[in-house]
Structures are given as structure tokens and as C-alpha cells.
Write a protein that binds this ligand. Structure first.
Ligand code: C2E
Ligand code: MG
Ligand code: MG
Length: 252
């Protein structure tokens, strides 16, 4: 068992040492069954401990200030990947996870603005995923900056919807373009879950949001997401997170 202190101290230099890598998990469009997008997911290749899951190191990064440099690194990486794919005529959108704490540093928005200009990408090529419900999203200055980004065409996704403090009210509060139904709902075959997903898809569509089903593991779940009229699906059934080149090969 490795202590959190050891991880926290190792994580400090991990970005600079090149130990953080981005993997990409495909998302398919349920109308065409084609891969249209990918979610970037961070992995930590620890020199002694091996591959460490973001479920372990992201919370540690959020407690320390490391989340800012790590988050920055992931956005840089994703923009670089998008530019490379575009050069190879691979037309995929990418989503990147952003912690609510990252949004509290206002230079986050300035840098993102500058990046979007520097890379000259179609703005809808990039979506930022924000896990639903965080008091920071109630801060008017942050809400305004998110709204600005959305106006520029950037995607803003509410991640893990349906667990924790998800409320229907939140859909109004966040300047979002997409809602991701949490895998715990997708994988739950109870009537309650079905009723909730039906209502969520309807409301999200009514508000003009794209709906992505996360954690699709079986053909039955995929079929159900189609019937519910989700727009996109992501999950181990459709593809695991993989290196950018692997995904490019798959799409080709
Ligand atoms: P998330 O954003 O909800 O990402 C989806 C997670 O579900 C990923 O776990 C993915 O590997 C996993 N997953 C995808 N399909 C399936 C499936 O069919 N079945 C199951 N059981 N799981 C599936 P991962 O990569 O371990 O990431 C965990 C969480 O860590 C992410 O959840 C996200 O909240 C956070 N995270 C990952 N990368 C970053 C990052 O660069 N920045 C920030 N702030 N958070 C990140
Ligand atoms: Mg996500
Ligand atoms: Mg999620």
C-alpha cells in the first residue's frame, strides 16, 4: 500500500518528467454508428508503481495545486493531438476533463482563449467536461467566462450527470452544450433508472443539449441508449481508452 503523501510528492514533478499521458476513448454517433469524438483521459506512468488511475491521482492533484499544471498539460496535449489528426485528415472532436478547481484560476480562461487562437481549430472540435454540481459554478464571473466560451463555439459538457447532486435546475444554470449520463445509470437496469434517463434525455434535448451515454458495456445497454434517443455512446463495448495513434488507426 502506497501512502497518499508519497503519491502527492511524486505527482509534483510527474508532469514535468513526462509521466502523465493522455489516452483517448472513442465516442460513437448513434445515428451513423461512426466514431465522431473521443474523451481524453489522463494516465500516470509512475516509474516504480506502474500505471496509476486518474481516480487515484486526480483527487490528490485537486488537493494540491498540481491540478492546475496537470490540467494545463492535458489541454495542451489534446490541442496538439487535434492538430495532428487534422493534418492527417482525421476529423474527430475531443473532450477533455476539467476540474472545477481549475476554473477558479482566472488565467485558465485567458490561456484557453489564447490556445484556441493559436491552434486555429474549429471551435466545436474541443469540449470541456465539468463534473456536475460544484459551488464554483455559481460564481458569476466563472459562469460568465463559460458562457463566453460557449458563444465562441466551444463545447461544454456536464459530466457524470445523474449521481451526486444532479438536479434538473442545474441544466438551466450551466451554459452547457452536452450532458453525459453517468455510467451508474446506464448500467442500472431498474425501472427507476429507465424513468430517470427518459426524463433526462427529454429535458436535455428540449434545452438543445447533446446527450452522451457513458459506460456502455453490453449490446443491450447500447440498444437501450438508442431507444432512449441518446446522441452518442461511449463505453468498453465500443472501445477502451487508447493511445492517440491507436485511435487514429482505428478510425482510418
Ligand atoms: P470520467 O470523466 O467520467 O471518465 C469516464 C471514466 O469511465 C474513465 O475512467 C473511463 O475509462 C471509464 N469508462 C469508460 N467506459 C467504461 C465502461 O464501459 N465501463 C466502466 N466500468 N468504465 C468505463 P478513468 O480513465 O479511470 O477516469 C476516471 C475519472 O478521472 C474521469 O471520469 C474523470 O473524472 C477523471 N479524469 C480523468 N482524466 C482527467 C483529467 O485529465 N483531468 C481531470 N480533471 N479529471 C480527469
Ligand atoms: Mg469525463
Ligand atoms: Mg463521466
Amino acid at each position: 500500500m502506497v501512502g497518499e503523501e508519497r503519491l502527492a510528492s511524486d505527482l509534483h514533478g510527474a508532469v514535468a518528467r513526462g509521466e502523465i499521458v493522455a489516452h483517448y476513448q472513442p465516442q460513437i454517433d448513434l445515428a451513423t454508428d461512426r466514431v465522431v469524438a473521443a474523451e481524453a483521459l489522463a494516465r500516470w506512468r509512475h516509474p516504480e508503481l506502474g500505471l496509476i488511475s486518474p481516480a487515484v491521482f486526480i483527487p490528490i492533484a485537486e488537493e494540491t495545486a498540481v491540478i492546475h499544471s496537470l490540467g494545463r498539460f492535458m489541454i495542451d496535449k489534446v490541442l496538439e493531438t487535434l492538430a495532428g489528426w487534422r493534418a492527417d485528415d482525421i476529423d474527430l472532436e475531443v473532450s477533455v476533463n476539467v476540474s472545477a478547481t481549475q476554473l477558479t484560476a482566472l488565467q485558465f480562461f485567458d490561456r484557453l482563449d489564447a490556445d484556441l487562437e493559436r491552434f486555429d481549430l474549429a471551435p466545436n472540435a474541443l469540449t470541456i467536461e465539468i463534473t456536475e454540481s460544484h459551488p464554483v459554478l455559481d460564481t458569476p464571473s466563472i459562469a460568465r467566462r463559460l458562457e463566453d466560451l460557449r458563444r465562441r463555439g466551444l463545447g461544454i459538457s456536464i459530466d457524470d450527470y445523474g449521481v451526486g447532486h444532479s438536479s434538473l435546475k442545474q441544466l438551466e444554470r450551466m451554459p452547457a452544450t452536452e450532458l453525459k449520463i453517468d455510467q451508474s445509470l446506464v448500467q442500472d437496469d431498474s425501472v427507476e433508472s429507465l424513468a430517470l434517463m427518459t426524463a433526462v434525455v427529454e429535458l436535455a434535448h428540449w434545452r438543445g443539449l447533446r446527450v452522451v451515454a457513458e459506460g456502455v458495456e453490453t449490446p443491450e445497454q447500447l440498444e437501450l441508449m438508442r431507444e432512449l434517443e441518446c446522441d452518442r455512446a461511449q463505453g468498453f463495448l465500443l472501445g477502451r481508452p487508447m493511445a492517440a495513434e491507436e485511435l487514429a488507426a482505428l478510425v482510418r
